[in-house]
Write a protein that binds this ligand. Structure first.
Ligand SMILES: [Zn+2]
Length: 123
């Protein structure tokens, strides 16, 4: 079983290799989905949960969202495609969030990049 928590951030980027309009400075309202899988806890305050959603926020906000929000993504990544942003987030969260199963970066309402554990470990 899995749980999914959504986050948002606003940021600017330039895609230097893009042949069209994305090579000009522009911004997006990004949405990030963080998916955690595992068994339901059988005791304690998170009984009946995989992980308390608040615990996901407590990791993701300082590690990722507060660093990316209102930033220029090219300061962090030379070619900040949705795919590269998703991989960067994966590597930031891996090791901090047990059971991390998937990171999704939505660049627009209809376009996203997905990293799953099997993809990420190959990188
Ligand atoms: Zn863009």
């Amino acid at each position: 079983m899995q749980i999914r928590k959504q986050f948002r951030f606003e940021a600017a980027h330039v895609l230097p290799h893009h042949p069209g309009k994305c090579s000009r400075l522009h911004g997006h309202s990004y949405r990030v989905d963080v998916v955690v899988g595992g068994p339901l806890q059988s005791e304690g305050p998170a009984q009946g949960m995989i992980l308390d959603f608040d615990e996901i926020s407590a990791v993701v906000k300082p590690s990722v969202i507060e660093r990316l929000d209102h930033s220029s993504l090219n300061d962090l990544l030379p070619n900040p495609t949705a795919e590269h942003i998703a991989l960067w987030i994966w590597h930031e969260l891996r090791g901090k969030l047990a059971g991390l199963a998937e990171v999704v970066v939505w660049e627009t309402q209809t376009a996203c990049a997905i990293v799953r554990a099997s993809d990420a470990e190959a990188r």
